[in-house]
Each structure stands twice: as structure tokens, then as C-alpha cells.
Design a protein around this ligand. Structure first.
Ligand code: GDP
Ligand code: IMO
Ligand code: MG
Length: 432
């Protein structure tokens, strides 16, 4: 049962898409288990840039099968846009993409409520992607969501849509002073969409468990990151699902003992898009430098990402709650040319030194990072092919991070392109 989960160790956008694409050449199945089209996973190869939101990045490897698991929230309109995009690139999805009949469907009122709710929060907004993710998961937990199996059954869908629209139209009109949505118009539009999606929908728990029994290689692609996890992230400034490795069991319907490896993806520095605490954020020219050099603009919303130094407390917390068996360190090349680099090794709060990530919001808001300063390197690392060629201070930086996090780096990413990567531990290409 060779099965590996790939998880973001920070606040998302760590480069999961690139690493999943790289490792998916060794996989039979690539699966998403949570989130929705709030994700933006970038893959660059052969001079082309692909950004995937809902469909696993493994779809870009011609013969791999991909699963959108039950834990994902699927916006059918966004899915169709992505299917069209893949078709325009001559990438086939028929008999390769399978969507769980248990996944929940995001509908126009979810997107509207997400957007209006954010505007209403004003300064306290979460900074969501406004894709309707929170409202769709809220409906799921409140037991009034619409699952894919019911979405595809036109009579059941009509009844569920009617009930949901009646309630949500009241909220839209009374709370937000907005126009009501037309049941007939939404129903008509989504019936047409359902016809396109139907061939992809199946019981994916049968598929994935059969593949595990047959010892096929399964690669599981998390979206977002540990610090955006509903339980383990910087609540309430989080997403509405569990991107951590344990979420894969629930979001795909596989047993915990089937997971062999958990690869944590972390940037050589830190970024965050959206609101919420970020202790190592750099609000000065240094932060702007990282944003420019690292091209730190959201792959889904285009928003500038907030940038800061590497925070060892964050990644150590992630290593703990995910059980990372190895790390992939990305974007080390962005640090090329710096005289000094800082690593956060603790927080100072009311004169005390904290060495683990605090959960109390007021402590977190007032905690000040304690840095260890290490020397940088002048050479460009992007084209390097072997670890031995790396500047000595780059190697020292990596060793320092490994020591602070307590996990070894198996993959080093030094550029956007698939080939700008050094695999340090070839065992990572085996999933068992
Ligand atoms: P994901 O959401 O974790 O898949 O990450 P995103 O795709 O949202 O953001 C990562 C960005 O960094 C993308 O633009 C990637 O093309 C780029 N990227 C990934 N790895 C590297 C790297 O090692 N170096 C550089 N310079 N860019 C990288
Ligand atoms: P990938 O998979 C970075 C952030 C949003 C916001 C919070 C809640 O590309 O790493 P939501 O729309 O999910 O309700 O927004 O989560 N967020 C992400 N940040 N990368 C992502 O995905 C994200 N998906 C959601 O910016 O702060
Ligand atoms: Mg992203």
C-alpha cells in the first residue's frame, strides 16, 4: 500500500503543485481530499505554465488517474472552466478524472454569501478567496449541503435547491439587501452543467481502496497549508477544511494505516495571503524584495502575498501535527544574493521566550519574533544540479532548518521549472 500525502507546512502556496507534478510521474493515482477552487497550484514545464484549482496536478502527466475525493467542495462551474482549459491544452480527462459522489457542491449562493459576509466583516474580514468555500462547508456541517450524487439526480436536486434557495434568498434580501436568486434560472443553468459532469462522478472510495489493495502508488495532494487548517491553523483566519495529513483519511475514505509517507512542503521563507497573524512578516523593503524576487502574487486571486522570514515554530508545529517523514524545501533560489538571512527560532512575549507556536490569539498578536541571523550567499543556485555544487552557506542554512524542524530535506527546489530541482534522497520517489 504505497501511499504518500503531500502537505503545505506554512500558510499555503509553498510550491505543492510543482512537487506533486514532479512526484506524480511515479504515481498511479493523484488525489485531492479537501478544499476546493480556493487552491491555486502552479506547474511549470516545457515552457508552459499551468495553474490548477480543483483538479489534481497529476492530470498533467498523461497516463495518471486523478481523484477528487469526498472531502473536496466542488464548484461545478469552476470545474467546467478547468476542464475546458485542459481540453484547450490537449490534456484528456475522460476515464482519467474521477469525482466522488459524496463531494459537496458549491452553488451561486455560497459564492455570494462568502463575498457579502467578508464585506460585512469590514476590518475583521478573513480575506477569503470568495470562492464560496466557507459557506459550502458550513452547509455540509449543518446537514443541508447538496452532495454530488443528489446534484446529479434532477428531482432531488430541485427539491434541495428549492429549500436552500428559499432560506438563502431571505438572508440575501433581509440581511444584505440584495436581489433574490431565481430558482428556475439557477436550476436550468445547473442541470446543463450536471450533464457535463455526470461521466466523471463515481464512488471513488471503491477506486482508491482497490488501488491500495493492488499496491498501486497513490499520491495525495493537499491544498492550502497547515497554518490554514481549521483546527491547527491561526483560527479564525483559516480555511474551512483540514489540509493536514490526517484529513486525507476522511477526505478520501482510506484507513490511517494505509498512509506510508507524509512529505511537508515548505518555502525557504514564509508567505501568507489573506488576513491573520503572521509573526515574521516583513512590512519593509526586505518584504517587498522577497515578494518581487519570489513572484509572490496569489495564483487564484492575484493578491500580493505577505512575505517574511522562515519561522521554525510554524514548521515544527506542522511537522508535529502531520508527522512529516521528509521535507521538500522550495524557493531557496529566492534567497540568493542576500548578505544575511534571518530564521525565527522563538517568540518573545511579556519578557518570556516561547519556543512553540502559541494558540492564544492575544499572545500570538503580541509575540515578537526572536531571530538567529545567518550569512547568505552570493551565487545563483537556480541552475545547479547537485547538492555538492551548492554554496557552503546555502548548505548551512538547510542544515539549520533541518535541525530546528527535526525533519530531513529530501527535495530541494531551486526554480519554478520541473527541472530546477535536486532530489537529495531518492527514497522519496518510492511511496512505501
Ligand atoms: P502551491 O499552491 O503550493 O501549489 O503554490 P503556488 O503555485 O500557489 O505558488 C508557488 C509559486 O512559486 C508558483 O508561482 C511556482 O511556480 C513558484 N515556485 C515553486 N517552486 C519554486 C522554486 O523553487 N523557486 C522559485 N523561484 N519559484 C518556485
Ligand atoms: P493553495 O492550495 C494560500 C486562504 C485565504 C484566506 C483563508 C480562507 O494554493 O496553497 P477560503 O477562501 O479558503 O475560505 O479563505 O485561506 N487560502 C489560501 N492561501 N493558498 C491557498 O491555497 C489558499 N486557499 C485559501 O487567502 O486567508
Ligand atoms: Mg497556491
Amino acid at each position: 500500500m504505497p501511499c504518500m500525502v503531500i502537505v503545505g507546512a506554512q500558510w499555503g502556496d509553498e510550491g505543492k503543485g510543482k512537487i506533486v507534478h514532479l512526484l506524480s510521474q511515479y504515481a498511479d493515482f493523484v488525489c485531492r481530499f479537501q478544499g476546493g477552487n480556493n487552491a491555486g497550484h502552479t506547474v511549470v514545464f516545457d515552457g508552459n505554465v499551468y495553474v490548477l484549482h480543483l483538479i489534481p496536478s497529476g492530470i498533467l502527466q498523461t497516463y495518471k488517474k486523478c481523484i477528487i475525493g469526498n472531502g473536496v467542495v466542488v464548484d461545478p462551474e469552476a470545474l467546467i472552466t478547468e476542464l475546458k482549459f485542459l481540453k484547450s491544452k490537449n490534456i484528456k480527462t475522460t476515464n482519467r478524472l474521477f469525482i466522488s459522489d459524496l463531494s459537496h457542491v458549491t452553488l451561486p449562493y455560497h459564492r455570494l454569501l462568502d463575498s457579502l459576509g467578508e464585506d460585512d466583516l469590514g476590518k475583521q474580514k478573513i480575506g477569503t478567496t470568495k470562492r464560496g468555500i466557507g459557506p459550502t462547508y458550513s452547509d455540509k456541517v449543518a446537514r443541508r449541503g447538496i452532495r454530488m450524487a443528489d446534484f446529479l439526480d434532477k428531482d432531488t436536486f430541485y427539491e434541495l435547491l428549492k429549500t436552500n434557495l428559499e432560506r438563502n434568498n431571505e438572508v440575501l434580501a433581509k440581511v444584505y439587501k440584495q436581489e433574490k436568486l431565481s430558482l428556475a434560472a439557477v436550476y436550468r443553468q445547473y442541470l446543463a452543467i450536471a450533464r457535463v459532469i455526470r461521466p466523471y462522478v463515481t464512488d471513488t472510495t471503491v477506486l482508491v481502496n482497490k488501488a491500495l489493495d493492488e499496491k498501486k502508488n497513490i499520491l495525495i495532494e493537499s491544498a492550502q497549508g497547515t497554518m490554514l487548517d481549521l483546527d491547527f491553523g491561526t483560527y479564525p483566519y483559516v480555511t474551512s477544511s483540514n489540509p493536514i495529513a490526517g484529513g486525507a483519511c476522511i477526505g478520501l475514505g482510506i484507513a490511517p494505516q494505509k498512509i506510508n509517507k507524509v512529505l511537508g512542503i515548505c518555502k525557504a521563507y514564509t508567505t501568507r495571503v489573506g488576513e491573520g497573524p503572521f509573526p515574521t512578516e516583513l512590512l519593509d523593503a526586505q518584504g517587498e524584495y522577497l515578494r518581487k524576487k519570489g513572484g509572490e502574487y496569489g495564483a487564484t486571486t492575484g493578491r500580493p502575498r505577505r512575505c517574511g522570514w522562515f519561522d521554525a515554530l510554524v514548521v515544527r508545529h506542522a511537522a508535529r501535527v502531520n508527522g512529516f517523514t521528509a521535507l521538500a524545501l522550495t524557493k531557496l533560489d529566492v534567497l540568493d544574493g542576500l548578505d544575511k538571512i534571518k530564521i525565527c527560532t522563538g517568540y518573545r512575549y511579556k519578557g518570556k521566550l516561547l519556543t512553540e507556536f502559541p494558540h492564544n490569539r492575544s499572545v500570538l498578536a503580541n509575540a515578537r519574533p526572536v531571530y538567529r541571523e545567518v550569512p547568505g550567499w552570493k551565487e545563483s543556485t537556480t541552475r545547479l544540479k547537485n547538492y555538492s555544487e551548492l554554496p557552503v552557506n546555502a548548505k548551512r542554512y538547510m542544515k539549520e532548518l533541518e535541525k530546528l524542524v527535526g525533519v530531513k530535506i529530501a527535495i530541494l527546489s531551486l526554480g519554478k521549472d520541473k527541472y530546477e530541482t535536486i532530489v537529495l534522497d531518492h527514497n522519496i520517489t518510492k511511496f512505501s
